[in-house]
Design a protein around this ligand. Structure first.
Ligand code: ADP
Ligand code: MG
Length: 359
């Protein structure tokens, strides 16, 4: 039985449709992420699951039980939002105990559960303090402790890390995942940050303009984007017009202006069924710059000119021209620091390319 199951849920605000029919089954104990740019409907979807918003259409089930008419406090969910929302005039322990007070948990048992939750978020000694005496990261851990102390069926997290600064955010990412695995709670995480989604999720649901673009494991959505939107949103991709000349059982043969002919594995273009115009997708970090004249020894290569370099510390983003086409590459800066005007060879592997049908 799915932990959460959405069947064709829709949300309209007046004339505007924020979420188009969306269906989804979320496995017990999994960590799934709704990923997409601001305004794509992530929070709206989460709020419908939480019971903070009524869907305009469709059904929501939690552990097999239809919950459309079940109010929020009877859905047994843990909620954490971006801005911790702790009660300022309650102590940390009172904050964490809040959800237990509704559940007829005895005083002694409540104290034990609060202590265990504070242990789990690695803040065992702050129960007597007030939220404003804690750092942002600590407050967010308390918000998490408050959400999990009730042993929720599902944990709903709406951009819980985005108010934290970059280093702390990375630490909390690891921490949150550790806690989720430890207690095994089904978790729905919302973020617009693709690195967060890739690092934490069992499954990613990529959304755009109220629709699901792709559902899959991080490697799958990253390596085999189903749409141009997914290819661009999960890191920088080059998308080039190409001709598919032959479709065979295990390969797609491709032709691009100024490139050598090459073939990609069949599974890298699952939606291509016949020869004709297609779009070739290759990620910026899969194009490797080498000095002009470097021999190709079996690896695909194409001559390019460096038009611009965006230095990023460990790596650089190169703006390149191949014939009339503009491409981007992101490379670690190792032995070959290329500068504007340099003639280079771009090396890439066929298995790192994907093909999409024309839209
Ligand atoms: P996200 O969380 O992905 O940034 P939201 O789910 O908050 O996006 O919003 C999706 C769209 O629905 C946005 O265009 C937003 O302006 C709109 N929207 C959200 N809530 C309301 C509301 N209460 N009334 C009208 N429009 C809303
Ligand atoms: Mg949001």
């Amino acid at each position: 039985m799915s932990a959460v199951s959405l069947t064709k849920i829709v949300k309209r605000f007046g004339e505007y449709t924020a979420v188009h029919p969306m269906s989804l089954d979320i496995a017990q104990g999994s960590f799934i992420t709704l990923l997409g740019p601001s305004g794509c409907g992530k929070t709206t979807t989460l709020r419908m699951i939480a019971g903070l918003l009524d869907p305009s259409e469709g059904e929501i089930a939690i552990n097999g039980r239809r919950v459309n008419d079940v109010p929020i406090h009877k859905r047994n969910l843990g909620l954490v939002f971006q801005n911790y929302a702790l009660f300022p005039h309650k102590t940390v322990a009172e904050n964490v105990a809040f959800g237990l007070n509704y559940r007829n948990v005895g005083k002694e048992e409540a104290r034990r559960k609060v202590a265990a939750a504070l242990d789990l978020v690695q803040l065992p000694d702050v129960g007597g303090r007030y939220p404003k005496q804690l750092s942002g990261g600590q407050q967010q851990r308390i918000a998490l402790a408050r959400a999990i102390v009730i042993e929720p069926d599902v944990l709903l997290l709406d951009e819980p890390l985005s108010a934290l600064d970059a280093n702390l955010r990375e630490d909390m990412r690891v921490e949150l995942k550790r806690i989720q695995q430890r207690i095994g709670v089904t978790t729905i995480f919302v973020t617009h940050d693709q690195t967060e989604a890739l690092a934490m999720s069992d499954q990613i649901i990529v959304m755009s303009e109220g629709r699901v673009e792709q559902v899959g494991a991080p490697e799958a959505v990253y390596n085999t984007p189903a749409t141009e939107f997914v290819a661009q949103f999960l890191g920088a991709s080059n998308i080039l017009p190409a001709q598919c000349t032959t479709v065979s059982g295990n390969e797609l043969a491709l032709e691009l202006p100024d490139f050598p002919r090459f073939a990609i594995p069949r599974e890298r273009g699952p939606d291509i069924s016949q020869s004709g115009p297609v779009r070739l997708v290759i990620r910026a970090e899969k194009l490797h710059l080498m000095p002009a004249g470097t021999s190709a020894d079996g690896i695909l290569s194409v001559a390019a000119t460096v038009e611009n370099v965006d230095y990023q510390g460990q790596s650089a983003r190169y703006f390149l021209r191949v014939g009339d086409q503009h491409l981007q590459a992101i490379n670690m800066i190792e032995d070959h620091p290329f500068t504007t005007g340099a003639q280079v060879v771009l090396r890439f592997r066929a298995k790192d390319c994907a093909a999409l049908p024309l839209e």
